[in-house]
Design a protein around this ligand. Structure first.
Ligand SMILES: [Zn+2]
Ligand SMILES: [Zn+2]
Length: 375
């Protein structure tokens, strides 16, 4: 079957012919892939030629955001049937640690996990995949146009879930007698800053705005750019990072309860740490790669600031099947609330053979999807 990915021996994305996977264990399911999307992680693997193929192989298929249809099931599969639509999770646990044994491999202690399309397992930019039933999350036929968003949405759901737990520790910053909105699990008016309006930042805005939180988005593109129009459509306010530095930006916004960093640029990420408000949380989502990126900063000042102001800097990665299930609800809600915005944010569609065009860059691109199979 055709697969788009990376060879260990040569740089750049390529198409290959790999063996179709088969059901080897009774709990496994054969999934025929319908669509797969790409994101910043795929570009980062390509750019930095980070290739960790499955054991004894020289090629790794990319892609970890996908939806497919069940084509065959093992004898012990209980809750899925042929014809069901499913979104596969990405990480396969080490099987050794308490987190993985509790189906929470996103918190794996050993680091011996594998990840489809990223780390020792073929990804989903191909025609078939096999997974154990517990790693497949069911969606309905009506979800298919937005189902490729479930994986990145699960990352956002997990990150904000942790933020909500952390912020239970502090009283609300606002002193209104009556709020414009009220969330039982995070009471009072809240304000957020999202750094970057790529697909992950876009989903963070969707989460925050569906929660009713006053949201600002920092980007460095013209305000007419599609991604800016879309975050504004959800009620976020655009901050043009080409015009203002971090200090000026935070002075203009005021107290911010949470910063969601989705640029993956360490200079941007670091520059906002000292700009954090009191008692606030900084969610670090980007994964910077380039090793030569040395940055000078005043470490004493930064650490003093964090301690004296009760701040939390939290890294969050990956997600588990439970986050995926909640992400299905989340993408349905957002898409309905903002007039099909997740469908409209899929700006480009390609076939596997058009992989070279699919991996081009462009300011007019938000979500890029490969159409692989039909129902
Ligand atoms: Zn583990
Ligand atoms: Zn209020």
């Amino acid at each position: 079957m055709r697969a788009v990915g990376l060879y260990k021996s040569k740089p750049g994305v390529a198409i290959a012919d790999i063996a179709k996977p088969t059901i080897a264990r009774k709990t496994e399911v054969l999934v025929r892939i319908l669509s797969s999307a790409i994101d910043g992680s795929d570009f980062s693997l390509i750019k930095n030629h980070l290739v960790e193929p499955p054991q004894d192989e020289q090629f790794m298929t990319l892609g970890h955001e996908s939806v497919g249809v069940v084509e065959a099931i093992g004898a012990d599969v209980k809750n899925l049937n042929v014809g069901d639509f499913v979104v596969p999770t990405v990480r396969r646990g080490c099987g050794l640690c308490p987190a993985c044994q509790a189906n929470m491999s996103d918190y794996c202690y050993t680091g011996l996990y594998k990840e489809h399309g990223l780390h020792f397992l073929h990804g989903f930019l191909t025609e078939y995949t096999v997974a154990q039933e517990k790693y497949l999350v069911r969606v309905e036929k009506g979800d298919l146009p937005i189902a490729v968003w479930v994986e990145p949405a699960s990352i956002v759901v997990k990150a904000f879930d942790q933020m909500l737990r952390i912020q239970q520790r502090v009283p609300s910053a606002c002193s209104h007698l009556e709020h414009d909105w009220d969330q039982s699990d995070w009471p009072g008016c809240k304000r957020a800053l999202v750094l970057g309006a790529g697909p992950l930042g876009f989903l963070a805005v969707a989460w925050l705005r569906s929660y009713g939180i006053e949201t600002y988005v920092l980007e460095v593109v013209h305000r007419d750019a599609l991604k800016i129009q879309m975050v504004k459509e959800m009620g976020a306010r655009y901050v043009d990072g080409r015009n203002f530095g971090p200090k000026k930006i935070m002075e203009g916004i005021g107290h911010v309860d949470v910063i969601f960093e989705a640029t993956g640029a360490s200079d941007v990420a670091l520059s906002f740490i000292e700009m954090m408000s009191r008692n606030s949380v900084y969610l670090l989502m980007g994964v910077p790669r380039a090793a030569e990126n040395n940055i000078c900063f005043d470490a004493n000042s930064m650490l003093r600031h964090i301690v004296r102001q009760n701040q939390v800097i939290l890294g969050s990665v990956n997600s588990n099947a439970e986050h995926f299930r909640r992400a299905v609800e989340f993408v349905r809600t957002v898409n309905a609330k903002f007039s099909g915005i997740l469908e409209r944010a899929i700006t480009h569609r390609f076939t596997l053979d058009q992989y070279e065009q699919a991996f081009e860059r462009g300011d007019d691109r938000l979500k890029v999807v490969f159409d692989i199979g039909t129902i």
